[in-house]
Write a protein that binds this ligand. Structure first.
Ligand code: NAG
Ligand code: NAG
Ligand code: NAG
Ligand code: NAG
Ligand code: NAG
Ligand code: NAG
Ligand code: NAG
Ligand code: NAG
Ligand code: NAG
Length: 343
Protein backbone atom coordinates (compact mmCIF):
# COMPACT_ATOMS: atom_id res chain seq x y z
CA UNK A 1 0.00 0.00 0.00
CA UNK A 2 2.80 2.45 0.88
CA UNK A 3 4.59 1.59 -2.32
CA UNK A 4 4.16 4.84 -4.19
CA UNK A 5 7.81 5.70 -4.98
CA UNK A 6 7.08 9.41 -5.17
CA UNK A 7 5.51 9.38 -1.71
CA UNK A 8 8.52 7.53 -0.33
CA UNK A 9 10.92 10.03 -1.85
CA UNK A 10 8.95 12.96 -0.47
CA UNK A 11 8.75 11.32 2.96
CA UNK A 12 12.47 10.62 2.90
CA UNK A 13 13.28 14.23 2.10
CA UNK A 14 10.93 15.48 4.81
CA UNK A 15 12.35 13.14 7.44
CA UNK A 16 15.87 13.93 6.37
CA UNK A 17 15.43 17.68 6.50
CA UNK A 18 13.67 17.49 9.86
CA UNK A 19 16.34 15.37 11.45
CA UNK A 20 19.23 17.37 10.06
CA UNK A 21 17.84 20.67 11.31
CA UNK A 22 17.03 19.40 14.78
CA UNK A 23 19.94 17.04 15.43
CA UNK A 24 22.56 19.55 14.38
CA UNK A 25 21.35 22.12 16.91
CA UNK A 26 23.31 22.21 20.16
CA UNK A 27 20.23 23.50 22.00
CA UNK A 28 16.84 21.95 22.75
CA UNK A 29 15.05 25.31 22.96
CA UNK A 30 14.65 28.24 20.55
CA UNK A 31 17.76 30.42 20.50
CA UNK A 32 16.71 33.06 17.95
CA UNK A 33 13.73 35.40 17.75
CA UNK A 34 10.69 33.92 15.96
CA UNK A 35 11.10 34.28 12.20
CA UNK A 36 14.87 34.77 12.42
CA UNK A 37 17.61 32.45 11.20
CA UNK A 38 19.16 30.50 14.07
CA UNK A 39 22.06 29.07 12.11
CA UNK A 40 24.51 29.77 9.32
CA UNK A 41 26.09 26.64 7.93
CA UNK A 42 27.21 24.81 11.07
CA UNK A 43 27.17 27.88 13.27
CA UNK A 44 24.38 28.57 15.77
CA UNK A 45 23.26 32.19 16.01
CA UNK A 46 21.76 32.79 19.46
CA UNK A 47 20.07 36.12 20.18
CA UNK A 48 21.37 38.85 21.00
CA UNK A 49 23.24 38.00 17.76
CA UNK A 50 21.07 37.89 14.68
CA UNK A 51 20.83 38.44 10.94
CA UNK A 52 18.86 41.46 9.77
CA UNK A 53 16.88 44.18 11.49
CA UNK A 54 14.62 42.95 14.28
CA UNK A 55 16.72 39.81 14.70
CA UNK A 56 19.63 41.15 16.75
CA UNK A 57 19.57 43.20 19.94
CA UNK A 58 18.63 46.60 18.58
CA UNK A 59 20.24 48.78 21.25
CA UNK A 60 23.58 48.22 19.52
CA UNK A 61 24.68 47.26 16.02
CA UNK A 62 27.43 45.10 17.59
CA UNK A 63 25.38 41.92 17.40
CA UNK A 64 24.42 42.23 13.75
CA UNK A 65 25.88 39.36 11.71
CA UNK A 66 25.53 38.13 8.15
CA UNK A 67 25.72 34.72 6.56
CA UNK A 68 27.44 34.30 3.21
CA UNK A 69 28.51 30.94 1.73
CA UNK A 70 27.79 29.36 5.14
CA UNK A 71 30.32 31.68 6.76
CA UNK A 72 29.17 33.84 9.64
CA UNK A 73 30.66 37.35 9.62
CA UNK A 74 30.03 40.54 11.53
CA UNK A 75 28.08 42.98 9.41
CA UNK A 76 30.04 46.08 8.59
CA UNK A 77 33.47 44.81 9.61
CA UNK A 78 33.04 41.51 7.72
CA UNK A 79 35.06 39.74 10.35
CA UNK A 80 34.33 36.00 10.63
CA UNK A 81 32.96 34.63 13.90
CA UNK A 82 32.34 31.08 15.13
CA UNK A 83 31.20 29.19 18.24
CA UNK A 84 28.93 31.85 19.74
CA UNK A 85 27.93 30.70 23.23
CA UNK A 86 25.13 31.93 25.46
CA UNK A 87 27.67 32.05 28.29
CA UNK A 88 29.24 35.08 26.59
CA UNK A 89 32.01 33.92 24.26
CA UNK A 90 32.69 33.51 20.57
CA UNK A 91 35.79 32.69 18.55
CA UNK A 92 37.42 34.52 15.72
CA UNK A 93 40.53 33.78 13.65
CA UNK A 94 43.60 35.72 14.71
CA UNK A 95 46.74 36.17 12.61
CA UNK A 96 50.01 34.48 13.48
CA UNK A 97 53.01 36.84 13.78
CA UNK A 98 56.33 35.65 12.40
CA UNK A 99 59.91 36.74 11.96
CA UNK A 100 61.99 34.77 9.50
CA UNK A 101 65.69 35.05 8.73
CA UNK A 102 67.26 34.16 5.41
CA UNK A 103 70.83 34.00 4.15
CA UNK A 104 73.13 36.48 5.89
CA UNK A 105 70.75 37.05 8.81
CA UNK A 106 68.37 39.09 6.66
CA UNK A 107 64.86 39.45 8.04
CA UNK A 108 62.38 38.22 5.43
CA UNK A 109 58.86 39.71 5.33
CA UNK A 110 58.23 39.98 9.07
CA UNK A 111 54.55 40.03 10.00
CA UNK A 112 53.50 41.71 13.25
CA UNK A 113 49.71 41.81 13.10
CA UNK A 114 47.33 43.53 15.44
CA UNK A 115 43.61 43.00 15.91
CA UNK A 116 41.05 45.38 17.36
CA UNK A 117 37.60 44.36 18.54
CA UNK A 118 34.43 46.42 18.37
CA UNK A 119 32.37 47.37 21.42
CA UNK A 120 31.41 45.55 23.74
CA UNK A 121 34.01 42.84 23.11
CA UNK A 122 37.35 41.98 24.77
CA UNK A 123 39.86 39.14 24.49
CA UNK A 124 39.24 36.50 27.13
CA UNK A 125 42.23 36.55 29.45
CA UNK A 126 41.84 33.08 31.00
CA UNK A 127 40.96 30.91 27.99
CA UNK A 128 43.58 32.40 25.66
CA UNK A 129 47.35 32.15 25.93
CA UNK A 130 50.05 34.26 24.33
CA UNK A 131 52.30 31.68 22.71
CA UNK A 132 55.79 32.06 21.25
CA UNK A 133 57.38 29.31 19.15
CA UNK A 134 61.06 29.36 18.24
CA UNK A 135 64.63 28.79 19.37
CA UNK A 136 65.81 32.40 19.41
CA UNK A 137 62.59 34.18 20.19
CA UNK A 138 61.46 37.09 22.32
CA UNK A 139 57.72 37.77 22.06
CA UNK A 140 55.73 40.67 23.47
CA UNK A 141 51.97 41.16 23.45
CA UNK A 142 50.61 44.62 24.09
CA UNK A 143 47.00 45.08 25.15
CA UNK A 144 44.88 48.21 24.84
CA UNK A 145 41.76 48.45 26.99
CA UNK A 146 38.65 50.64 26.87
CA UNK A 147 39.47 52.19 30.21
CA UNK A 148 43.23 52.66 30.57
CA UNK A 149 45.06 55.36 28.66
CA UNK A 150 48.27 53.35 28.73
CA UNK A 151 48.96 49.91 27.23
CA UNK A 152 49.75 46.81 29.25
CA UNK A 153 52.39 44.37 28.08
CA UNK A 154 53.28 40.78 28.79
CA UNK A 155 55.59 38.38 27.02
CA UNK A 156 57.92 35.42 27.16
CA UNK A 157 61.13 34.09 25.64
CA UNK A 158 62.03 30.75 24.11
CA UNK A 159 65.54 29.48 23.33
CA UNK A 160 67.18 26.21 22.35
CA UNK A 161 70.31 24.98 20.59
CA UNK A 162 69.32 21.51 19.41
CA UNK A 163 66.03 20.30 18.00
CA UNK A 164 66.39 17.21 20.21
CA UNK A 165 65.99 19.39 23.31
CA UNK A 166 62.49 20.42 22.25
CA UNK A 167 59.73 18.31 23.79
CA UNK A 168 56.26 17.81 22.33
CA UNK A 169 53.56 19.24 24.58
CA UNK A 170 55.94 21.31 26.71
CA UNK A 171 55.85 25.10 26.58
CA UNK A 172 58.55 25.67 29.18
CA UNK A 173 60.68 28.12 27.18
CA UNK A 174 62.61 25.48 25.21
CA UNK A 175 61.10 25.85 21.74
CA UNK A 176 57.79 27.13 23.09
CA UNK A 177 56.67 29.49 25.83
CA UNK A 178 53.23 30.63 26.96
CA UNK A 179 51.92 33.36 29.20
CA UNK A 180 48.68 35.18 29.94
CA UNK A 181 47.51 38.16 27.94
CA UNK A 182 46.84 41.54 29.57
CA UNK A 183 43.32 41.52 31.08
CA UNK A 184 40.54 43.64 29.60
CA UNK A 185 42.18 44.07 26.19
CA UNK A 186 40.12 45.15 23.19
CA UNK A 187 43.19 45.40 20.95
CA UNK A 188 46.27 43.22 20.94
CA UNK A 189 49.51 43.90 19.15
CA UNK A 190 52.13 41.17 18.91
CA UNK A 191 55.82 41.82 18.28
CA UNK A 192 58.76 39.46 17.94
CA UNK A 193 62.51 39.86 18.29
CA UNK A 194 65.53 37.58 18.39
CA UNK A 195 68.85 37.75 20.22
CA UNK A 196 71.02 36.72 17.27
CA UNK A 197 68.75 36.56 14.20
CA UNK A 198 68.29 32.76 14.53
CA UNK A 199 71.93 32.44 13.34
CA UNK A 200 72.71 29.35 15.43
CA UNK A 201 69.43 27.54 14.90
CA UNK A 202 68.57 28.41 11.30
CA UNK A 203 69.07 24.81 10.13
CA UNK A 204 65.96 23.65 12.00
CA UNK A 205 64.25 26.92 12.99
CA UNK A 206 64.56 29.81 10.55
CA UNK A 207 61.41 31.53 11.87
CA UNK A 208 59.93 32.60 15.17
CA UNK A 209 56.14 32.66 15.59
CA UNK A 210 53.89 34.37 18.12
CA UNK A 211 50.12 34.44 18.54
CA UNK A 212 47.28 34.66 21.01
CA UNK A 213 45.27 31.43 20.79
CA UNK A 214 42.45 29.63 22.58
CA UNK A 215 44.34 27.30 24.90
CA UNK A 216 42.25 24.30 23.85
CA UNK A 217 42.98 24.94 20.15
CA UNK A 218 46.76 24.62 20.23
CA UNK A 219 48.94 21.75 21.37
CA UNK A 220 52.65 22.27 20.93
CA UNK A 221 54.69 19.81 18.89
CA UNK A 222 58.38 20.13 17.96
CA UNK A 223 57.24 20.05 14.30
CA UNK A 224 55.64 23.47 14.87
CA UNK A 225 59.14 25.02 14.77
CA UNK A 226 58.82 24.68 11.00
CA UNK A 227 55.27 23.70 10.04
CA UNK A 228 53.66 26.91 11.36
CA UNK A 229 54.98 28.66 8.25
CA UNK A 230 51.83 27.53 6.45
CA UNK A 231 49.41 28.59 9.21
CA UNK A 232 47.82 31.99 8.70
CA UNK A 233 45.33 32.22 11.59
CA UNK A 234 44.45 30.43 14.81
CA UNK A 235 41.21 30.82 16.83
CA UNK A 236 41.03 33.21 19.76
CA UNK A 237 38.24 33.46 22.38
CA UNK A 238 36.40 36.77 22.63
CA UNK A 239 34.09 37.70 25.54
CA UNK A 240 30.86 39.53 24.79
CA UNK A 241 28.57 41.36 27.19
CA UNK A 242 25.38 43.35 26.66
CA UNK A 243 26.87 46.73 27.60
CA UNK A 244 29.47 48.31 29.85
CA UNK A 245 26.88 48.68 32.63
CA UNK A 246 26.77 46.68 35.84
CA UNK A 247 23.47 45.07 36.89
CA UNK A 248 22.20 47.97 39.00
CA UNK A 249 22.81 50.41 36.17
CA UNK A 250 21.25 48.06 33.63
CA UNK A 251 18.05 47.64 35.68
CA UNK A 252 17.42 51.40 35.89
CA UNK A 253 16.32 51.48 32.23
CA UNK A 254 13.66 48.77 31.94
CA UNK A 255 13.23 49.21 28.19
CA UNK A 256 16.92 48.49 27.62
CA UNK A 257 17.36 45.74 30.22
CA UNK A 258 18.29 42.57 28.32
CA UNK A 259 17.48 39.86 30.89
CA UNK A 260 14.00 38.53 30.08
CA UNK A 261 11.48 36.33 31.98
CA UNK A 262 12.92 33.90 34.53
CA UNK A 263 16.49 35.09 34.05
CA UNK A 264 18.94 37.07 36.15
CA UNK A 265 21.71 39.57 35.57
CA UNK A 266 25.33 38.88 36.51
CA UNK A 267 28.79 40.34 36.03
CA UNK A 268 31.62 37.85 35.82
CA UNK A 269 35.05 38.68 37.24
CA UNK A 270 37.12 40.31 34.50
CA UNK A 271 34.09 41.00 32.30
CA UNK A 272 33.42 44.36 30.68
CA UNK A 273 29.76 44.53 31.75
CA UNK A 274 26.63 42.51 32.40
CA UNK A 275 25.23 39.30 30.97
CA UNK A 276 22.08 37.29 31.66
CA UNK A 277 21.54 33.70 32.67
CA UNK A 278 18.46 31.58 33.35
CA UNK A 279 17.32 31.43 36.95
CA UNK A 280 17.82 28.12 38.74
CA UNK A 281 15.32 25.53 37.52
CA UNK A 282 14.84 27.26 34.14
CA UNK A 283 16.42 26.80 30.73
CA UNK A 284 16.45 28.65 27.45
CA UNK A 285 17.93 31.79 25.99
CA UNK A 286 17.89 34.32 28.87
CA UNK A 287 17.90 37.19 26.34
CA UNK A 288 14.53 35.94 25.03
CA UNK A 289 13.14 34.39 28.23
CA UNK A 290 13.67 31.08 30.04
CA UNK A 291 11.21 28.21 30.45
CA UNK A 292 10.56 25.99 33.44
CA UNK A 293 12.58 22.77 33.31
CA UNK A 294 10.60 19.55 33.68
CA UNK A 295 13.00 17.89 36.14
CA UNK A 296 10.74 14.84 36.11
CA UNK A 297 11.73 14.22 32.49
CA UNK A 298 14.70 12.43 34.06
CA UNK A 299 13.25 9.02 35.05
CA UNK A 300 15.86 8.54 37.83
CA UNK A 301 15.09 11.85 39.51
CA UNK A 302 13.29 10.26 42.50
CA UNK A 303 14.59 6.70 42.36
CA UNK A 304 12.63 3.64 41.35
CA UNK A 305 10.21 3.81 44.30
CA UNK A 306 9.59 7.54 44.08
CA UNK A 307 7.09 9.71 42.25
CA UNK A 308 8.44 12.93 40.80
CA UNK A 309 6.33 16.11 41.00
CA UNK A 310 7.39 18.96 38.71
CA UNK A 311 6.78 22.41 40.20
CA UNK A 312 7.42 25.89 38.89
CA UNK A 313 11.20 26.34 39.04
CA UNK A 314 11.77 23.10 40.95
CA UNK A 315 10.39 19.61 41.76
CA UNK A 316 9.86 17.28 44.69
CA UNK A 317 9.63 13.55 45.32
CA UNK A 318 6.78 11.57 46.83
CA UNK A 319 6.91 7.86 47.49
CA UNK A 320 4.91 5.16 45.79
CA UNK A 321 2.18 3.48 47.84
CA UNK A 322 3.69 1.23 50.50
CA UNK A 323 6.93 3.28 50.72
CA UNK A 324 7.97 6.20 52.89
CA UNK A 325 10.93 8.57 52.96
CA UNK A 326 13.90 7.77 55.19
CA UNK A 327 16.16 10.43 56.78
CA UNK A 328 18.07 10.84 53.50
CA UNK A 329 14.88 11.33 51.51
CA UNK A 330 15.03 7.92 49.83
CA UNK A 331 11.85 5.91 49.43
CA UNK A 332 12.04 2.72 51.51
CA UNK A 333 9.44 0.06 52.23
CA UNK A 334 7.25 0.68 55.27
CA UNK A 335 7.63 -1.61 58.36
CA UNK A 336 11.04 -2.87 57.41
CA UNK A 337 12.90 -2.10 60.64
CA UNK A 338 14.46 -5.55 60.53
CA UNK A 339 16.28 -4.48 57.37
CA UNK A 340 18.02 -1.65 59.23
CA UNK A 341 19.20 -4.04 61.98
CA UNK A 342 20.49 -6.56 59.47
CA UNK A 343 22.04 -3.93 57.19
C1 NAG B 1 30.21 21.66 8.87
O1 NAG B 1 30.65 20.56 9.65
C2 NAG B 1 31.06 19.44 8.89
C3 NAG B 1 31.37 18.30 9.84
O2 NAG B 1 32.03 18.75 10.97
C4 NAG B 1 32.25 19.83 8.03
O3 NAG B 1 32.67 18.75 7.25
C5 NAG B 1 31.87 21.01 7.13
O4 NAG B 1 33.01 21.45 6.43
C6 NAG B 1 31.32 22.15 7.95
N1 NAG B 1 30.83 23.17 7.09
C7 NAG B 1 31.17 24.45 7.22
C8 NAG B 1 30.57 25.39 6.24
O5 NAG B 1 31.94 24.84 8.08
C1 NAG C 1 26.11 38.79 2.87
O1 NAG C 1 24.87 38.43 3.40
C2 NAG C 1 24.02 39.51 3.75
C3 NAG C 1 22.76 38.94 4.37
O2 NAG C 1 23.09 37.90 5.27
C4 NAG C 1 23.71 40.34 2.51
O3 NAG C 1 22.92 41.44 2.85
C5 NAG C 1 25.03 40.82 1.91
O4 NAG C 1 24.77 41.51 0.69
C6 NAG C 1 25.95 39.65 1.62
N1 NAG C 1 27.24 40.14 1.18
C7 NAG C 1 27.91 39.56 0.22
C8 NAG C 1 29.24 40.15 -0.11
O5 NAG C 1 27.49 38.58 -0.36
C1 NAG D 1 33.96 37.28 5.92
O1 NAG D 1 35.23 37.56 6.51
C2 NAG D 1 36.31 37.07 5.77
C3 NAG D 1 37.56 37.37 6.53
O2 NAG D 1 37.65 38.73 6.86
C4 NAG D 1 36.35 37.74 4.39
O3 NAG D 1 37.41 37.17 3.64
C5 NAG D 1 35.06 37.47 3.70
O4 NAG D 1 35.04 38.16 2.48
C6 NAG D 1 33.89 37.93 4.55
N1 NAG D 1 32.68 37.58 3.88
C7 NAG D 1 31.76 38.48 3.60
C8 NAG D 1 30.61 38.00 2.84
O5 NAG D 1 31.85 39.65 3.95
C1 NAG E 1 33.11 25.17 17.42
O1 NAG E 1 32.02 24.89 16.56
C2 NAG E 1 32.27 23.80 15.69
C3 NAG E 1 31.14 23.71 14.69
O2 NAG E 1 29.91 24.09 15.24
C4 NAG E 1 32.41 22.53 16.54
O3 NAG E 1 32.67 21.43 15.71
C5 NAG E 1 33.57 22.72 17.50
O4 NAG E 1 33.67 21.63 18.37
C6 NAG E 1 33.40 23.99 18.33
N1 NAG E 1 34.62 24.21 19.07
C7 NAG E 1 34.61 24.46 20.38
C8 NAG E 1 35.94 24.58 21.02
O5 NAG E 1 33.59 24.57 21.01
C1 NAG F 1 52.44 47.57 17.82
O1 NAG F 1 53.58 47.63 18.65
C2 NAG F 1 54.75 48.11 17.99
C3 NAG F 1 55.89 48.03 18.97
O2 NAG F 1 55.54 48.50 20.23
C4 NAG F 1 54.50 49.53 17.49
O3 NAG F 1 55.63 49.98 16.77
C5 NAG F 1 53.27 49.53 16.57
O4 NAG F 1 52.97 50.85 16.18
C6 NAG F 1 52.08 48.93 17.29
N1 NAG F 1 50.98 48.82 16.35
C7 NAG F 1 49.76 49.30 16.64
C8 NAG F 1 48.74 49.13 15.59
O5 NAG F 1 49.51 49.84 17.70
C1 NAG G 1 51.85 21.52 15.16
O1 NAG G 1 52.44 20.32 14.70
C2 NAG G 1 51.59 19.19 14.78
C3 NAG G 1 52.41 17.94 14.42
O2 NAG G 1 52.98 18.03 13.13
C4 NAG G 1 50.44 19.41 13.79
O3 NAG G 1 49.55 18.30 13.87
C5 NAG G 1 49.69 20.67 14.20
O4 NAG G 1 48.66 20.94 13.26
C6 NAG G 1 50.65 21.86 14.26
N1 NAG G 1 49.92 23.02 14.84
C7 NAG G 1 49.46 23.99 14.06
C8 NAG G 1 48.73 25.09 14.75
O5 NAG G 1 49.61 24.02 12.87
C1 NAG H 1 16.32 53.93 28.06
O1 NAG H 1 16.50 53.21 26.85
C2 NAG H 1 15.81 53.73 25.75
C3 NAG H 1 15.96 52.77 24.57
O2 NAG H 1 17.27 52.64 24.18
C4 NAG H 1 16.37 55.11 25.45
O3 NAG H 1 15.68 55.68 24.34
C5 NAG H 1 16.18 56.02 26.68
O4 NAG H 1 16.80 57.26 26.45
C6 NAG H 1 16.79 55.36 27.91
N1 NAG H 1 16.46 56.10 29.09
C7 NAG H 1 17.37 56.55 29.95
C8 NAG H 1 16.85 57.27 31.15
O5 NAG H 1 18.57 56.36 29.81
C1 NAG I 1 36.83 33.24 29.53
O1 NAG I 1 36.70 32.00 28.87
C2 NAG I 1 36.53 30.91 29.73
C3 NAG I 1 36.59 29.65 28.89
O2 NAG I 1 35.71 29.72 27.80
C4 NAG I 1 35.22 31.10 30.49
O3 NAG I 1 35.02 30.05 31.40
C5 NAG I 1 35.24 32.42 31.26
O4 NAG I 1 33.99 32.65 31.84
C6 NAG I 1 35.56 33.57 30.33
N1 NAG I 1 35.73 34.80 31.09
C7 NAG I 1 34.90 35.84 31.00
C8 NAG I 1 35.25 37.06 31.80
O5 NAG I 1 33.93 35.83 30.29
C1 NAG J 1 6.60 21.10 34.40
O1 NAG J 1 7.54 21.24 33.36
C2 NAG J 1 7.06 21.75 32.13
C3 NAG J 1 8.20 21.77 31.16
O2 NAG J 1 8.13 20.68 30.35
C4 NAG J 1 6.42 23.11 32.35
O3 NAG J 1 5.95 23.63 31.11
C5 NAG J 1 5.33 23.01 33.36
O4 NAG J 1 4.78 24.28 33.60
C6 NAG J 1 5.81 22.39 34.63
N1 NAG J 1 4.72 22.14 35.54
C7 NAG J 1 4.51 22.83 36.63
C8 NAG J 1 3.35 22.44 37.50
O5 NAG J 1 5.26 23.76 36.97
Amino acid sequence: MVSNPLLLVVLFILLNSCSSSSSSSAYNFPIAKPGCLDRCGNESIPFPFGIGEGCYLDQSQSFSVECNSSQLNFSGTHYPITNISLEGQFRTPNYVAYDCYGEGDQKVNPNHPWIKLGDPFIFNSTGNKFTVIGCDSIGVVEGTSYFRDYNTKSGCTSFCYLKEDVEDGSCSSIGCCQTSIPGGSRMINVTLASSSNNRFVSSFNPCSFAFVVAEDAFQFSADNLTNLESVVTLPVIVDWVISHNNCDEAKTNKSNYACKENSECYVEKGALGYRCRCSKGYEGNPYLGCQDIDECGNPDQCGKNGVCINTTGSYYCNCKKGYHQDAEGRCVEKNNNWAIIVG
